[in-house]
Design a protein around this ligand. Structure first.
Ligand code: HDE
Length: 704
């Protein structure tokens, strides 16, 4: 064999350096080669040099040493070595999509913000949803707060509303944020547990921070295990200001309300979903958008003035408090639609840089101390993550409006301003941009006075009253879930003193909750309550707006029915079920003992989407099992099929069964539609089943 013969040519595409000339190339007008005859572009280096061989490193002899002069190989490995950027220190795992925001109700009297001047104004938007604690590769369905960060590309610059799916936060002062996050992330000595708060450090910290108790109630509720990004609310959390053309300020709180209705899963489902599909949330969003089922949220604002702020029982600057919708009603002013998936996850979702400091004229900050701290942090963190001050040149971060300034140079500068003027004032004819006092951003002229001290206002001192209000606003089912979540998390805490210190906060919220949790943990009694800084109020009324179940959907739209099929099923029943689901705006996933599918009694071959082992019932909003006698017996022999049935029952799902499949679910004549179990006698039963599914869960079924 001659020395220059490569030893291995896996495919016809991977020609040796000797014979690449046999491939035909097209020449451009300037004689440059762009494409091969089959239309595929030439492989080049990052410098643009065509590459002849992408399979073999340049060697001295077929078995000899690699040569350093192989610039194509070195450049390729060099770039690969540097593919990663630091993941976000919080909210590392996230998923984004593009869309638009449209104003439906102008606010010209309230804010001079360009986009709110008239109804119908539309701006492009990018949204990134995230979990907080887990690393980039952690699972989607962990118990965690979800980030809900919105970038609006307005004509007067990018406006970022960097919110969460919970309207309050754990702490009142930014100086505590590193402590909070250190405590919830994996413990530093052992490097676990990941993406969960169920460990000593987190509960130790919050047990010593009474201000976190309101947020802890939300965190232990089903809000932190949302069924999908599409079915959760978003909140700006802080009070912001709108400022109108006359310089008048109105406080504003931002709420994103999903038009799909709210929905969460049960904890047992969450645990199993993480195993079955760790990408459950991102897959859901990707699939929904790809299939044209675009998720939408209304933007609602709570608007209030200084008089209300002074009258309000709590401090409107305190991010551990809500303003109940009953006190200040929501006004819907716009809608957000997500209608385009990213082309490249890294370029868009990973590199998007949200900054709370990104506001536009007509919007201003309040003195919420947490917000003020965030205004430092987000810009700072981009420098570390994206490597330089020019991250606004990355397309996902670039404003879509003209920009003119005298900033220059720096790492990865993409724009070379022309001309001599790079400072201002200057006297050159082409002197560059000038500040515009009319269009430019003006801060609200808020009079400020006070002593310069490290202080927290007395008005921030009540830590329990709204925690109680949240708890008593939940349905019985939701209250039970909160108690169960607390028991689960604290049972993972190894230090008994920490468990007790957490439980000692609960009587200040609700005696019965304290008792349930103490019992669940096997404590002898409820520990003596912590002495609150301010006596908690018992008179705050329950608010329906705080419950998920009360804000559920009214149809099966956007939800998924998992249908298990076996050979020998009736065509008409399957067809009716699929049609009824699609008519209700839902989707069907077909599941079979083998992914190749089944043959119906009518002789049709139906291809399955999933083999039953890979499609447990936890992945679906409702389920159906269609089988003949032999099929039911076959499923009864399969462990995944038995788990499918047992879980669907235990998780209170609506279930449709062919008569033969009833035994698999231990369903008998005592069950019925009142119990959420529909034995389908014929195609006519499909529509009533789907109507029932609109309620999502049959909580009435005893034991689920
Ligand atoms: Fe963040 N937060 N945060 N945060 N946060 C970040 O910025 C920070 C807070 C939120 O999808 C970081 O670009 C401090 C509240 C979301 O890219 C960092 C404080 C709320 C996202 C940071 C807070 C949030 C972040 C990490 C206390 C709800 C993800 C990467 C003063 C209103 C945005 C980054 C995305 C991300 C700091 C508190 C929401 C380190 C210092 C309150 C949704 O800058």
């Amino acid at each position: 064999m001659p020395d220059d013969t490569p030893l291995f040519h896996p495919t016809a595409d991977t020609q040796s350096s000797r014979d690449t000339t046999t491939r035909k190339t097209k020449r451009g007008a300037g004689g440059e080669t762009h494409q091969q005859a089959d239309g595929a572009p030439h492989l080049t280096t990052a410098q643009g040099a065509p590459v002849a061989d992408n399979q073999n490193t340049l060697r001295a002899g077929p078995r000899g040493p690699a040569l350093m002069e192989d610039f194509a190989m070195r450049e390729k490995i060099f770039h690969f070595d540097h593919e990663r950027i630091p993941e976000r220190v919080v909210h590392a795992r996230g998923y984004g999509a593009h869309g638009y925001f449209e104003v439906t109700d102008a606010l010209a009297d309230i804010t001079s913000a360009h986009l709110f001047q008239k109804a119908g104004m539309r701006v492009p938007a990018f949204v990134r949803f995230s979990t907080v604690a887990g690393n980039k590769g952690s699972a989607d369905m962990v118990r965690d707060v979800r980030g809900f960060a919105v970038k609006l590309y307005t004509e007067e610059g990018n406006w970022d509303i960097v919110g969460n799916n919970i309207p309050v936060f754990f702490i009142q002062d930014p100086i505590k944020f590193p402590d909070l996050i250190h405590s919830v992330k994996d413990e530093p000595d052992r490097g676990f547990p990941q993406a969960q708060s169920a460990h000593d450090n987190f509960w130790d910290f919050v047990s010593l921070m009474p201000e976190s108790m309101h947020m802890v109630m939300w965190q232990m509720s089903d809000r932190t295990i949302p069924r999908s990004f599409r079915f959760m609310e978003g909140f700006g959390v802080h009070s912001f200001r709108f400022v109108n053309a006359d310089g008048k300020s109105t406080f504003v709180k931002f709420h994103w309300k999903p038009r799909q209705g709210l929905q969460s899963v049960l904890w047992d489902e969450a645990v199993k979903i993480n195993g079955a599909d760790p990408d459950f949330h991102r897959r859901d969003l990707w699939n929904a958008i790809n299939s044209g089922d675009y998720p939408e949220w209304d933007l609602a604002v709570q608007l209030f003035d200084d008089d209300f702020a002074d009258r309000f029982d709590f401090d409107i600057l305190d991010p551990t408090k809500i303003i109940p919708e009953e006190d200040v009603p929501l006004r819907v002013v716009g809608r957000l639609v997500l209608n385009r998936n990213v082309d490249n996850f890294f370029a868009e979702t990973e590199q998007v840089a949200f900054c709370t400091q990104n506001i536009v004229p007509g919007v201003d900050f309040s003195n919420d101390p947490l917000l003020q701290g965030r205004n430092f942090s987000y810009l700072d963190t981009q420098l570390k993550r994206l490597g330089g001050p020019n991250f606004t040149h990355i397309p996902i971060n670039a404003p879509r409006c003209p920009m003119h300034h005298f900033q220059q140079d720096g790492h990865m500068q993409m724009r070379g301003p022309k001309g001599r003027a790079n400072y201002e004032p200057n006297s050159w004819a082409q002197g560059g941009p000038r500040a515009d006092t009319t269009r430019g951003h003006h801060s609200f002229a808020e009079p400020i006075e006070g002593e310069k001290r490290k202080l927290r206002a007395e008005s921030f001192a009540d830590h329990y009253s709204q925690a109680r209000q949240f708890y008593i606003s939940q349905t019985d089912i939701e209250q039970a879930h909160i108690a169960e979540a607390l028991v689960f998390e604290l049972s993972k805490v190894e230090t008994v003193a920490i468990r007790e210190r957490v439980v000692a906060h609960l009587p200040n919220i609700d005696e019965s909750l304290a008792k349930k949790v103490a019992e669940g943990l096997g404590l002898q009694s409820v520990p003596a309550p912590h002495v609150p800084a301010v006596t908690p109020r018992g008179d705050l009324p329950p608010s329906d707006a705080l419950s998920i179940i009360r804000k559920g959907p009214d149809s099966f739209r956007g939800r998924t029915l998992g249908i298990v099929m076996t050979d020998g099923i009736e065509d008409a029943l399957l067809d009716a079920l699929i049609a009824a689901t699609e008519d209700a705006g839902g989707k069907v996933v077909l599941i079979a003992p083998a992914v190749g599918g089944v043959t119906t009694i009518g002789g049709r071959h139906i291809v399955a989407n999933e083999k039953i082992d890979g499609a447990p019932s936890v992945l679906f909003d409702a389920v159906a099992v269609l089988a003949d006698d032999a099929g039911a017996a076959q499923l009864g022999e399969m462990h995944p099929a038995r788990c499918f049935a047992a879980d669907a029952r235990a998780h209170a799902k609506f279930i449709a069964l062919s008569a033969e499949a009833a035994a698999l679910f231990n369903a008998d004549s005592a069950d019925g539609t009142a119990q959420g179990i529909h034995i389908l006698t014929g195609p006519q039963d499909a529509v009533p089943f789907l109507e029932a599914c609109g309620a999502l869960r049959c909580w009435e079924r005893p034991g689920g």
